[in-house]
Design a protein around this ligand. Structure first.
Ligand SMILES: Nc1ncnc2c1ncn2[C@@H]1O[C@H](COP(=O)(O)OP(=O)(O)OP(=O)(O)O)[C@@H](O)[C@H]1O
Ligand SMILES: O=P(O)(O)OC[C@H]1O[C@H](OP(=O)(O)OP(=O)(O)O)[C@H](O)[C@@H]1O
Ligand SMILES: O=C(O)c1cccnc1
Length: 506
């Protein structure tokens, strides 16, 4: 890492050094986390002597996952860590040589590889929409091409899980029994292996989960850790009551008892009540019971009655068992007496929408020493890319987001002048706004290879999500058939796109 050139860069460097020491990043080497075609394209550019050609790539996605109305952007920290560490080791070079695909001069050039370009990105926790650039890279094609695969992996995964988590956390607010019911992320054992579990926990916390059962994620990212007990604990004692008592002795101030190992209503809850009374005699209280199978609405209602009748009115009820946003909502409709949720599989795997389709597209390249916009055409109009180096402006009125405008980077907007927005495909759909505020979404993160952005900690990212959500209408935020939020193109960008399309189509 070179010496930081400003105070901002120094602060940013200190923070990334701290992040790099975290167990999940330490001693990690991921430079070959790329698709082979990135390297073969780089070699092709190298052989043609055009590998220093300056280019701009946008990362964006085309449709919201889970039929949601938006996405929560996440994964930038991982991207920044990667950009700061992407270097070819001797072992990498040896392996690439062994493929017999590349010349020695190319392998030598890789030895000196590091990222010298620019990255502009939306901060993690920003609410984003289809087609708007979430990250914009500019630099030599040699560098910006290599990083595509890793960048997409990080941002697609974490943004997907943060979005899924927000849906689940939002559903947990519906039940008036506990309007802010906490959701514990318990997905480790069902995650698609290590990184999906650890970075998935991080993303779930960004999306609003209150804690995780994953201790490595807790240690790595300072996420509160939480947990109850497994059925094995109960089974390993001669009786359920002995198991409960032993647990309460060990954790008298945080006793949560799993009541469904044998019979929830005839054994689990009555035994939990006995232990609750014993704790009370010591001036403590039973924190909660957990129900992990059966009809969660029926069992929680009956358990509530029994606990209340025994005077344990402050004892909570945790529910788990293949929950997702729809079952949680349904349980609320059924009047389930649940005060917190443990959610694993559906959250950590985003099982009903297992991938976010973020893409990385070339939008400008250097020709005769000048950056020229370029376009990718498709038979499907929604897949035609937006050309040129661009910015994303969120237009707000009275604090509420009205539309996002994708504009050319050098455009100036005067918010005191009326602005006509129009649908980028159905252009007759128009509206004019005046006296609006502008929020520029893409922030400078890396400039000429130097980190200039101090990566925020998770509480700040969670706050960004909360504040961001308040700026959108409930119609945009709802889970079922949400309104399509307006993401429009500025007139100059739209004109440029039409010009390029006409030129290409003769
Ligand atoms: N009242 C309810 N309304 C709708 N869905 C419910 C209700 N109670 C539980 N569920 C859901 O029904 C499913 C029940 O799953 P299933 O019958 O496979 O197992 P289980 O009762 O949890 O038992 P086990 O864990 O022993 O397999 C879960 O997805 C759970 O979230
Ligand atoms: O249902 P999910 O949303 O995926 O949440 C995680 C599940 O993992 C545990 O079950 P498991 O049977 O693996 O272990 P246990 O003995 O601790 O219940 C837990 O009890 C939950 O049911
Ligand atoms: O702490 C728990 O209750 C827990 C943790 C992981 C998976 N299932 C449950």
């Amino acid at each position: 890492m070179k010496e930081p050139s400003s105070l901002a860069a120094r602060k940013a460097t200190e923070r990334i050094l701290e992040i790099s020491r975290l167990p999940v990043y330490r001693n990690r080497h991921t430079t070959l986390l790329t698709d082979l075609y990135q390297l073969t394209m780089m070699y092709g550019h190298f052989c043609a002597g055009r590998h220093q050609q300056r280019v701009v790539f946008d990362m964006f996605y085309r449709s919201n996952p889970c039929n949601n109305g938006f996405v929560i952007a996440a994964g930038l920290e991982q991207v920044v860590w990667y950009l700061q560490h992407v270097r070819f080791s001797e072992e990498d070079l040896e392996y690439l040589r062994s493929l017999h695909l590349f010349g020695d001069d190319f392998i030598e050039a890789l030895r000196h590889f590091h990222f010298t370009g620019d990255l502009y990105a939306v901060p993690e926790g920003t609410i984003v929409f289809p087609n708007e650039p979430l990250l914009r890279f500019e630099g030599p094609i040699f560098e910006v091409q290599l990083i595509e695969s890793a960048v997409l992996t990080f941002v697609n995964h974490q943004s997907l899980i943060a979005t899924k988590a927000q849906r689940i956390v939002d559903a947990a607010k519906v039940n008036p029994v506990a309007p802010n019911a906490p959701v514990i992320e318990m997905g480790l054992r069902r995650a698609q292996n290590l990184d999906a579990a650890v970075f998935g926990s991080r993303a779930a916390y960004i999306g609003g989960c209150t804690s995780t059962s994953n201790v490595l994620a807790g240690q790595s990212f300072d996420i509160p850790v939480a947990g109850t007990q497994g059925h094995s604990w109960i089974q390993s004692f001669p009786s359920e009551l002995e198991a409960f008592r032993a647990y309460a002795r060990t954790f008298p101030d945080a006793t949560v008892l799993l009541v469904d190992t044998y019979d929830v209503l005839n054994s689990g809850v009555p035994n939990a009540i006995i232990v609750g009374h014993e704790l009370r005699k010591e001036g403590r209280s039973l924190k909660a019971i957990r129900i992990d199978s059966g009809d969660l609405a029926y069992l929680s209602k009956r358990a509530r009655q029994m606990l209340d009748a025994a005077g344990l009115t402050d004892c909570g009820i945790v529910a788990s068992s293949d929950l997702d946003e729809w079952t949680i909502r349904e349980l609320a409709l059924q009047g389930a007496q649940i005060t917190s949720y443990g959610v694993g599989t559906s959250l950590i795997t985003s099982n009903n929408c297992p991938a976010l389709g973020g893409v990385y597209k070339l939008v400008a390249h250097e020709m005769n020493g000048k950056l020229e916009p370029c376009i990718k055409v498709s038979e499907n109009p929604s897949k035609v890319t937006n050309p040129g180096k661009k910015k994303v402006l969120r237009l707000l009125k009275d604090g509420m987001a009205v539309a996002d405008l994708i504009a050319l980077d050098d455009e100036e907007l005067n918010p005191e002048q009326p602005l006509t927005l129009f649908h980028p495909i159905h252009t007759y759909k128009r509206k004019t706004i005046v006296h609006y505020e502008i929020e520029e979404l893409l922030q400078p993160i890396v400039i000429q290879g130097e980190l200039v952005y101090t990566l925020p900690r998770l509480p700040e990212i969670r706050k960004r999500v909360e504040d961001g959500l308040c700026r959108f209408s409930s119609e945009t935020l709802r889970h079922l058939n949400p309104h399509e939020y307006h993401v429009d193109l500025s007139q100059p960008l739209w004109d440029l796109k039409q010009r390029l399309l006409h030129e290409l189509r003769g």
